[in-house]
Design a protein around this ligand. Structure first.
Ligand code: FMN
Length: 148
């Protein structure tokens, strides 16, 4: 069985981390895309992120990803207001993760991985998904350390 890195990213940091993790682990890689577009400008994106969080919106996923051949999924996301973006809820809604291990990783301006971890744990618990402890991937050093 193989591993895959699935990431959500609007400004490229999580994409870069995901590419590095895919390279280091020999994983395939896919972007978690939404059907909606994300504003380029920070203020609009911030307002949208807050509204989605406050209204418990689970954005619709556009990506078609066949997970049959994978047993390990590295799941990457930026930290938004000390939480994962709401599309991470959609990830757990949309994919059959039975018998798979999910390893989350985050990028952030400064927040720790641990700040978002309880939210992902709750999503995983609700779907009976096996989640293992993840890591922040703000630098190559953090990625190397997190993959140990
Ligand atoms: C709406 C929004 C909220 C954010 N909230 C936080 C936060 O709570 N803590 C933090 O350290 N960084 C925060 N950031 C910074 C992002 O987590 C960081 O820039 C991240 O690496 C962006 O990932 P991306 O380039 O893959 O989209 C926030 C950014 C945005 C756009």
């Amino acid at each position: 069985m193989k591993s895959i890195v699935i990431y959500f990213s609007t400004s490229g940091n999580t994409k870069n981390a995901a590419e590095s993790i895919a390279k280091k682990t020999g994983s395939d890689i896919e972007e978690l895309k939404a059907t909606q577009t994300w504003p380029d400008n920070f203020d609009d994106l911030a307002a949208l992120a807050q509204k989605q969080r406050d209204d418990n919106v689970h954005p619709q996923i556009a990506s078609q990803i066949n997970l049959d051949n994978y047993d390990k999924i590295y799941l990457g996301y930026p930290t938004w207001y000390e939480q994962p973006p709401m599309i991470i809820n959609s990830f757990f809604d949309n994919f059959n993760l039975n018998n798979k291990t999910v390893i989350p990783f985050s990028t952030s301006g400064s927040s720790t991985f641990e700040i978002t971890a309880p939210y992902v744990q709750k999503m995983a618990n609700a779907k009976n998904v096996h989640l293992v402890n993840g890591f922040r991937a703000n630098s190559e050093a953090e990625i190397t350390d997190g993959l140990k």
